[in-house]
Write a protein of this length. Sequence first.
Length: 477
Amino acid sequence: MRVVIVGTGYVGLVSGTCFAEMGNRVACVDTDSAKVDKLIKGEIPIYEPGLEEMVKRNHAAGDLKFTTSLAEALNSDSGRTAQLADRSTCPGGKAAGAEIVFIAVGTPMGEDGSADLKYVLGVAEQIGNLMSSDLIVVDKSTVPVGTADLVRTKIQAALKQRIDAGEEKAKSLRFDVVSNPEFLKEGSAIADFMKPDRVIIGADHEASREIMETLYEPFMMKGNRVLTMDVRSAEMTKYAANAMLATRISFMNEIARLCDQVGANVSKVRAGIGSDSRIGSAFLFPGCGYGGSCFPKDVQALIKTMQDHDVSPVLLQAVEEVNKEQKKLVYQKTVMRFGENLQGKTFALWGLAFKPNTDDMREAPAIVTVRELTNRGARINAFDPEATGQARNFYFKDIDNIEYCKNKYDALSDADALLLMTEWSAFRSPDFDEIKERMKTPVIIDGRNQFERFNLHEQGFEYYPIGIPGTYRTIAD
């Protein structure tokens, strides 16, 4: 099929590349000409394992193209047929260009917490202005319920203007709007797309469902995992899924805080409840809070949607508040150990990204930790395998007392404590003898409970995990 992806951010670039990998002819469109130029040269703007090689391979084969021109992407002659069989809304016919166009632009959080749809609706208007053949327009961006209706209205309005201006061809153009939310995990996005747990297709017309199922059929070789439903249910599914996962994380983090107070071991508690088949163990690992581009924004957007429809978002507001407090936990433990005045103190910080296998620092707990500690006079020696550039050039460009180290051990030199923020595999089994030798004092504050199994108190460390008692050893001891 001839597919257009508007937006070369995380979702758009991964989706377009994977569609091309299956033999589709894909054009990825972005208004950022510098970004497009880099993509044409094989320079990938994000870190995602396996993505660079796949982009280069499909671009070289001619199946994946990058352009700043939506008109060019939509209207280049494909010589293919898009059969939109429901003639009352989507008459079929010879496709003079693209058959399917995905809207995969950003939906940033607005000032009131709602999803800002200006980019989505801007693309919809352009599609209405530029389309020259029948199209299926797919909302791939994470958008609130009812967005498909807004997209449809924008396209219809643009077509009407063309008709009113005397363009005869515009009278015969038909389109349908479909919801196809993404469920990609940063760090494993290629595998998630190529072998999905499920594909959600929200379409109100059978013809559109059939075409979307055909597009995804090559990804279903080991069993059909396509779930079809109406558009609004698909839009809701994305938000509900992310809100559920965020709820599990905040629930376990709140239990971990209680474990700290009552002397229970949250790791044992997690194993105990996770073994219940009705609950399961996924997303029940306590830590220093969730971040990234999805959970914080999507929870807030769903809260706003509920408020707009007079539904009280009691649970989700609590989920968000727990996460906000959890992001403070590492620096709070640091202050409890070293005091409010941290002048002259140096802390090694392992991990800047919000999760491993990505350079994404959006809403990362490390942002809160670094700012709170440096505001108290501390110096930070930071190391992250991929996110250093994001930290230096954007998130911490106003902070002077932070040094970005070449490796994890260099960050430990004369450090008063090691703060673990991100569970990169490179941090899982470090040399604790070297850690202890390089540090000024052997203190580890573990924001991910990654070192629990090493019995660090027996090796002479002060060890402060989350929700696990009996592992502390002071220097005085």
